[in-house]
Design a protein around this ligand. Structure first.
Ligand SMILES: C[S@@+](CC[C@H](N)C(=O)[O-])C[C@H]1O[C@@H](n2cnc3c(N)ncnc32)[C@H](O)[C@@H]1O
Length: 346
């Protein structure tokens, strides 16, 4: 069951307004050319009063309230701002909101006037909203475990609550594009998620992912030297060990899993290195914005470091954070690496 939290009453511009009780309702955007309607009894509309049930407060931060799920980061305003800053950085680096033949797969054709795209773990939904204005003939669905996307999306957008570790509600062969970005800590079983993506994609449809490496590193060994970032290495190792599902870092494995599924072809990978800080004179503005993202990241990690069972006391946590921040601020040559993969459904 998915839960739709878009405010469907367009006469009500106030997101806090509209106390509709939760009820089973279809989406007004109607039926697409593939004959699949979003007016599905599998979608329950979320009323304003229900929102808080999706959040849980700890250490003065807001988290999702689904106890069993692995995602350890907060989902509140400071974290949303960090995600929006990252979205801007990815856009600058790629020069677009996508890589690969997205325009081709989303292009309308005589038998298919409206194409369809799905964004998993959509977060604030910024990617979906930007894409939906560039591809007005495409219907975009985005889902997340918490309702943090706008309740007033464009008319070709629908946001829902759904757990990525469960099957999605769309029928086979309905999607032209499935997009998964920064899902590293959210997906428990990536190959299972890929199987779902393959199921909903039409043959020739595109899967596209983008994932950051879990910690900063170096591109150029003459500038950088991994031995010089013990503070960063220590923190990244602790975070890896605390992830409840002990998930493998996704970055090196996504192309391998895509290939092993036997459902994709034309698997294309690309790595983009983004400077952290102002050491690259050609990218100083970008580097400073990106450093800010990594500085804020440690605030989002802090509650996880202090969780029961972490084995870390306050002094050890402060020590970890100080060592990490010292490296972030003072070591030249640091980069964050963003890896994209796209592949066509066979
Ligand atoms: C790092 S954010 C990335 C958000 C978005 N894709 C972006 O690139 O801005 C990860 C998102 O995954 C969501 N998430 C975590 N666990 C999830 C789950 N089990 N099902 C769906 N979404 C989940 C979080 O709420 C968060 O919004």
């Amino acid at each position: 069951m998915s839960i739709d939290f878009n405010a469907h009453n367009q006469q009500d511009p106030d997101p806090e307004d509209g106390n509709d009780p939760t009820h089973v309702e279809g989406h007004p955007n109607g039926v697409s050319d593939d004959g699949f309607s979003d007016a599905s009894s599998d979608v329950t509309e979320l009323g304003s009063a229900d929102f808080e049930a999706y959040f849980q407060e700890r250490d003065e931060r807001l988290f999702h309230s689904h106890g069993g799920l692995p995602y350890p980061l907060p989902v509140d305003t400071p974290e949303q701002e960090r995600l929006k800053a990252l979205h801007g950085i990815v856009h600058t680096v790629l020069g677009a909101d996508f890589v690969g033949p997205v325009s081709q797969v989303l292009a309308p054709s005589p038998g298919r006037h409206q194409t369809r795209a799905l964004d998993i773990c959509t977060g604030t939904g910024t990617w979906v909203m930007d894409m939906a204005s560039q591809f007005p003939h495409t219907k975009f669905n985005g889902f997340d475990i918490v309702p943090i996307a706008t309740r007033h999306p464009l008319s070709n957008v629908q946001f829902e609550i759904h757990d990525v570790n469960e099957p999605v509600r769309w029928p086979d062969n309905t999607m032209d594009l499935v997009h998964a970005r920064a899902t590293d800590m959210a997906v428990s079983d990536y190959p299972a998620m890929l199987a779902e993506a393959a199921r909903v994609l039409r043959p020739g449809g595109l899967f596209m992912s983008g994932e950051w490496e879990r910690g900063p590193s170096f591109d150029n060994p003459t500038i950088g030297d991994t031995n010089r970032i013990p503070g960063i290495d220590r923190l990244v190792n602790v975070v890896d060990s605390l992830l409840s599902h002990k998930a493998l870092p996704l970055v090196p494995h996504i192309p391998i899993w895509l290939d092993a599924s036997g459902q994709f072809q034309d698997i294309t990978i690309q790595c983009y290195s983004v400077p952290i800080g102002d050491w690259d004179p050609t990218k100083q503005v970008l580097g400073e914005k990106f450093r800010d993202v990594w500085v804020r990241y440690v605030d989002s990690l802090k509650p996880m470091l202090g969780q029961p069972g972490s084995g870390l006391d306050e002094a050890q946590i402060n020590d970890l954070i100080t060592g990490y921040l010292d490296n972030i601020w003072n070591v030249p040559g640091l980069v964050g690496k963003y890896h994209t993969v796209h592949a066509k459904k066979i």
